[in-house]
Design a protein around this ligand. Structure first.
Ligand SMILES: [Fe+2]
Length: 212
């Protein structure tokens, strides 16, 4: 119940009307207040959690080129930004990444297809890899992420690909075929880039951490 039957938006409209708020001239009053309120009220939904799984290793090398020359499999560029729920970029966030190779095997003895990246001054990260293969015990292709940034809750999650045959072209309908997928938001579109002799997949995976 709001005090005196007024919502916070009503109060803001009234205070703006008596000159207590500054409004950007090109926006209507209601638009300006709605925008301000979105910023105050955690506009971004935190990225969904997903299991860490059994193949995590600490202290992996800081490399952006996980795909070595000659590695088989479909090359994939994965990139994104790290935000908090207020939409602030989190430069300096640590992003640990690990995945199977193109036939679904993890490197348990070494560090192939593993890295630790740091989000740059724009909150951005990027790496080159190959599309991970399916493997026994898991339904869908996936890449594991663990993200940590001061002032925010650490997150373990997994990235999935809308092109995975398991989804039969309709991830919204079929994402629950993998019982580990907590949210369809973790299934990201895949676009193809490059010329016919050098095709690569491109995937965006922006990440939102929940503030402590
Ligand atoms: Fe896995």
């Amino acid at each position: 119940m709001q005090p005196y039957g007024l919502t916070r938006r009503d109060l803001l409209l009234k205070s703006a009307a008596i000159g207590a708020a500054v409004v950007v001239p090109s926006l209507s009053l209601a638009e300006a207040i709605d925008g301000w309120q979105r910023q105050q009220d955690a506009p971004l939904t935190p990225t969904a959690w997903d299991e860490i799984g059994p193949f995590y290793k600490r202290d992996t090398p800081h490399v952006t080129q996980l795909r070595k020359p000659g590695d088989p499999g479909l090359p994939v560029n994965i990139a994104g930004k790290v935000f908090d729920t207020r939409g602030n970029i989190l430069s300096g966030a640590a992003i640990e990444i690990w995945q199977a190779n193109h036939v679904g095997l993890y490197d348990l003895a070494g560090d192939a297809y593993r890295t630790t990246l740091v989000a740059d001054a724009k909150g951005e990260y990027a790496f080159d890899s190959v599309m991970p293969g399916h493997y026994p015990g898991r339904v869908c292709q996936h890449v594991h992420f663990m993200i940590t940034a001061p002032g925010n809750k650490p997150l373990t999650t997994q990235l999935y690909f809308a092109t995975d045959p398991v989804f039969e072209g309709d991830p919204k309908k079929n994402y629950t075929r993998d019982p580990l997928i907590q949210s369809v938001d973790l299934v990201r579109p895949v676009t193809l880039a490059g010329d016919p002799k050098d095709i690569r997949a491109v995937v965006n995976f922006d990440i939102v951490l929940e503030r402590l």
